[in-house]
Design a protein around this ligand. Sequence first.
Ligand code: GTP
Length: 243
Amino acid sequence: MSEICNCKFSIPRREGFLFAGVLQTRRTETETGSCDGSMEFDHLMKILMVGDSGVGKSSLLIRFTSDTFADMSSPTIGVDFKLKMVNKGEKRVKLTLWDTAGQERFRTLTSSYYRGAQGIVLVYDVTRRQTFTSLSDVWLKEIERYSTKEDCIKMLVGNKLDLESERVVTKKEGVDFARRHGCLFLEASAKSSTNVKLCFDELVQKILETPSLSADTSALRQNLLRPGHPQDFPATNRGSCSC
Ligand code: GTP
C-alpha cells in the first residue's frame, strides 16, 4: 500500500481492496490547501451514508466532494472514505464521510462503521419503491442496532429527483417518514446537483446545534486519533505535512 504526499496535502492516499478477508478502505482527499497548517479544524465529524445498493450514495458524495457525476458507477466494495472541509461561520469543520456498500453481502462488514457517527445520511431512490421500503425494514434497524450515539442526527435523502417522470415515491411520503422517525429530509439529485450541498450543510449545522454532539466533535480533535481504529478516523489525518 503506497503512501503519497505531493506537498499539497499531508494525507496519504490509499485504494480500497479486500485482502485476506480484511477490508482496506479507500481514502480520497478532497480538501484544498497546502502545507501551511490550513488543514486546522475546530470540529471533526463522522458522517455515514447508508441505503440500498444503487440509490446513489457514492454519487451524492462525489458530487459533494468533487462536484462531478458519472452516469455509470461501480458498486462500492465494503466501505469508501472521503474528507471534506467546510466552514460554518467562524468554525472550520472537517468531515470524514464514510460511504458504505448497499449490497447485503457487505452488511456484517459495514455494521462496525456506525460506531461514533454523529450524522447518518439515509438514502433512497425516488424511482424505486423497494429502496424506500428498505428504510424501515433494514436501515433504521441497522442504525438502532449499531449506532453508538443516541442523539445522532439522521438526514433522509430521496435521490434521483431529476428522474421526475419515473418517480414512484411521493415527496409527501418522504416528509411523513422523516417526521415519524425524527429525520431531517430533502429530495436531491446527484446528477443535477440539486440540494446536494444543502443536504450536508443542514446536517452539519444540526450537529453543531446539538450540544452533546457539538462538544463531542470538538473533543474528537484531541482524542480520536488512535492508531488501529480506522472506522473512527485514520491516524494519519493530523493536518501536518509528512513529506
Ligand atoms: P452501492 O455502492 O452499490 O451501495 O450503490 P450507491 O448507492 O453508491 O449508488 P451509486 O452512487 O453507485 O449510483 C448507482 C447508479 O445510479 C449509477 O449508475 C449512478 O450514475 C446513478 N445515479 C446516482 N445518483 C443519480 C441521480 O441523482 N440521478 C440519476 N439519474 N442517476 C443517478
